[in-house]
Design a protein around this ligand. Structure first.
Ligand code: GUN
Ligand code: FE
Length: 437
């Protein structure tokens, strides 16, 4: 396909570029082959050929081509609870609401219904890649993978491992460490089979829920499985003071040190939240090349604090953005970009210098940051990258000024899913909002 229009894409952490009127040429495998600018001599010939063979798409004036987003932390089975049950601290919330909800995913029909709704919603919001926590149930997790394959979302999915009888209820737990590890390995194999059958971009992820939920044997065994299969790892790290206390009390170590001790901090690890990370923890993240999934909405509720994005960036720690559904209520990374900017203001007020993040910073996290954390060539619109794109309409084009920087900021602050007209993953159209175009 060949798409003609204006691109907005990050060039660095601090800068998003606005490139008017280009042709994006996508090859058969869904990779951006070339981005041809209006001054290139073959602009017109390439456009004419594409028009003749029916592969040409024109983006209307007032709409823009942006990279798709990566949601770097989301709990798929918590989708029915998004926007609900936000009145208790983390540990009580898990036991009162979240474990009972996740336990329902033993029911395959329920899983099918919820996961279909979730993936449709994420695509409609411009999210082209997701890093998902599933539940403890392999059958439901595979249903999620099949739905992602069918609807065309790139997905990294983990079977949640949680076997600590002191911190998990009888009705929702891996019966022991052996079961947790065996089920994780079985899930990996099933995902590899599904990958082969469908050719879909789905990857299994090693997923200890968090340090308190797991026994020592399970943390150790999961570290070994990640190494054996060279897989990504995801968990929560230093989300709350409660979680940090648990690590100190049971291991006499910081949460980061516990994860590191078991080989769970690698260059393919993504740790959610990190609101309580110390400077030394950040140094460990940097030396292990481990990424942080910043979940700014969720952090207001369960972290009661703000992750230090600028400090992490200064220390060369990879950071992306996550919705953390349902700790965060919104499936939209636009809503999370807005919150990340707003929350950073609070840090500034609390005496952290240079803590403020800009719209360009937030956009970088949602696009380049997430893609880098998962080692995928996505999040930028240039030759050699996957054609993960969203066509977004600026709804105030006719009533406000239209300098590139203003258009960009307006898109960050005002885009709703109604304004996201088309979404592509690896060049394939996965969402088409015919609504009011
Ligand atoms: N820590 C352990 N499990 C969870 C979860 O489901 N959500 C959040 N936000 N934190 C967690
Ligand atoms: Fe989470």
């Amino acid at each position: 396909i060949v798409i003609e229009g204006t691109i907005i894409s990050s060039v660095s952490f601090d800068k998003a570029d606005f490139t008017p009127e280009v042709l994006i040429c996508v090859d058969q495998s869904g990779i951006i082959d070339r981005v041809i600018s209006a001054t290139d001599s073959d602009y017109q010939p390439v456009k004419q050929t594409a028009q003749q063979n029916g592969s040409y798409h024109r983006v209307e004036k007032g709409s823009y081509i942006l990279p798709g987003f990566t949601d770097l932390h989301i709990h798929a089975p918590q989708w029915p609870q998004a926007g609900l049950a936000l009145d208790k601290p983390l540990n009580e919330w898990l036991n009162s609401y979240t474990f009972p909800l996740e336990a329902k995913f033993k029911d395959k029909e329920y899983a099918e219904k919820i996961y279909y709704s979730l993936i449709k919603e994420l695509l409609a919001n411009g999210t082209t890649t997701g890093l998902f926590f599933g539940s403890i149930h392999n059958e439901a997790n595979l249903i999620l993978a099949k739905i992602c394959a069918k609807l065309g979302q790139r997905a990294f999915i983990g079977k949640v491992a949680m076997d600590n009888p002191d911190q998990t209820p009888d009705y929702y737990r891996d019966q022991n460490s052996q079961v947790a590890l065996k089920q994780t390995e079985a899930f990996i194999q099933k995902m590899f089979d599904l990958q082969k059958q469908t050719n879909a971009e789905i990857t299994p992820v090693i997923t200890p829920r968090f340090v308190p939920s797991c026994t020592e044997e399970t943390l150790q065994g999961l570290g070994q499985l990640a190494k054996k299969y060279d897989l990504p790892i995801q968990s929560h790290c230093s989300e709350s003071i409660w979680e940090d206390h648990y690590a100190l009390e049971h291991y006499h170590l910081r949460d980061t040190e516990v994860l590191d001790k078991f080989g769970l901090l690698t260059d393919k690890s993504v740790m959610a939240h990190g609101t309580q990370l110390s400077d030394q923890d950040l140094d460990t993240f940097n030396s292990r090349k481990t990424a942080i999934a910043h979940c700014p909405i969720s952090n207001i509720y369960f972290g009661n604090s703000v992750m230090r994005v600028q400090d992490a960036h200064q220390k060369n720690v990879k950071v992306g953005l996550g919705t953390d559904i349902s700790g965060g209520f919104s499936p939209s990374l636009y809503r999370n970009m807005q919150q990340s900017i707003m929350s950073s203001q609070v840090l500034t007020e609390q005496g952290h210098e240079n803590a403020r993040i800009s719209a360009a910073n937030a956009f970088y996290l949602a696009t380049v940051g997430g893609a880098n954390a998962l080692h995928i060539k996505s999040g930028q619109i240039k030759s050699g990258f996957k054609a993960d794109l969203q066509i977004v309409q600026d709804q105030y084009f006719n009533i406000s000024s239209n300098e590139p920087q203003e258009i960009f900021e307006r898109l960050i602050y005002h885009t709703n899913k109604e304004n996201i007209k088309k979404v592509y993953v690896s060049g394939k159209l996965v969402h088409d909002n015919l609504g009011e175009e």
